[in-house]
Design a protein around this ligand. Structure first.
Ligand code: G4P
Length: 196
């Protein structure tokens, strides 16, 4: 996706060899025009899959997920990372470990909104180790919903998440795929292939 790729190149800041800071358009300030394009692209890629719900996790997944759900004409649900005062009974809970933050969060979704038979599209901003995506998939499967696929805005392909999700049988569709952040430079997956 050219618009997204250009944004990553012009505004992304590489921290160490592992982390891409994109707080000017995705993780803090958000670019609504870009988010609209992201939503259209995911909707195009998953058209015909019979999606009934878009599922993400707070907070940075919410913007791409709501734009995708708007395009698909279905509701969006975000899993909460913190206990809600009003969300007490009839909740689906999964543990999600973050390698980046070295902490485990319990993520929750109300049983009221995710139903058996739902066809779920999982959307998230980053894919690193895949823990968040696996947790969301387990939440969907707990109620007997099926996972149609996982749409990722920025995949860090040098980390194992995409491979592990693929091996588990999930369709992973990422809008940009980063092969490396070595030496402070963003290298996309297709650039690696082209230079071989
Ligand atoms: P995983 O889900 O793929 O296993 O990823 P991990 O636990 O390593 O990621 C934890 C958090 O860090 C997630 O956000 C994830 O989106 C984010 N993250 C991972 N790699 C990068 C990166 O290179 N750049 C940026 N900017 N974020 C990254 P979170 O804690 O849920 O944050 P938020 O959604 O509340 O903003």
């Amino acid at each position: 996706m050219k618009l997204l790729r250009d944004k990553v190149m012009t505004e992304g800041i590489v921290l160490g060899n592992q982390v891409l800071k994109v707080d000017s358009f995705l993780n803090h300030q958000m670019d609504p025009v870009l988010m609209r394009e992201v939503g259209s692209e995911f909707a195009r890629r998953f058209a015909g899959e019979g999606i009934t719900k878009v599922l993400t996790i707070e907070s940075s997944g919410i913007a791409p997920a709501i734009m995708t759900s708007l395009e698909l004409g279905v509701p969006m649900i975000f899993a909460r990372k913190h206990k809600s005062l009003t969300l007490k009974d009839d909740i689906l809970v999964e543990k999600v470990y973050s390698f980046t933050k070295r902490e485990t969060n319990e993520i929750t979704v109300s049983k009221k909104f995710l139903l058996p038979g739902d066809r779920v599209l999982i959307i998230d901003d980053f894919l690193a180790n895949g823990e968040a995506a696996f947790g969301l998939a387990r939440i969907a499967e707990q109620v007997g919903a099926s996972v149609a696929g996982i749409g990722i805005v920025i995949e860090k392909s040098f980390q194992p998440g995409a491979r592990l999700l693929g091996e588990a049988g999930y369709r992973v569709d990422s809008l940009v795929r980063i092969a490396s952040l070595e030496n402070g430079t963003v290298t996309f997956v297709d650039e690696v292939h082209e230079s071989l």
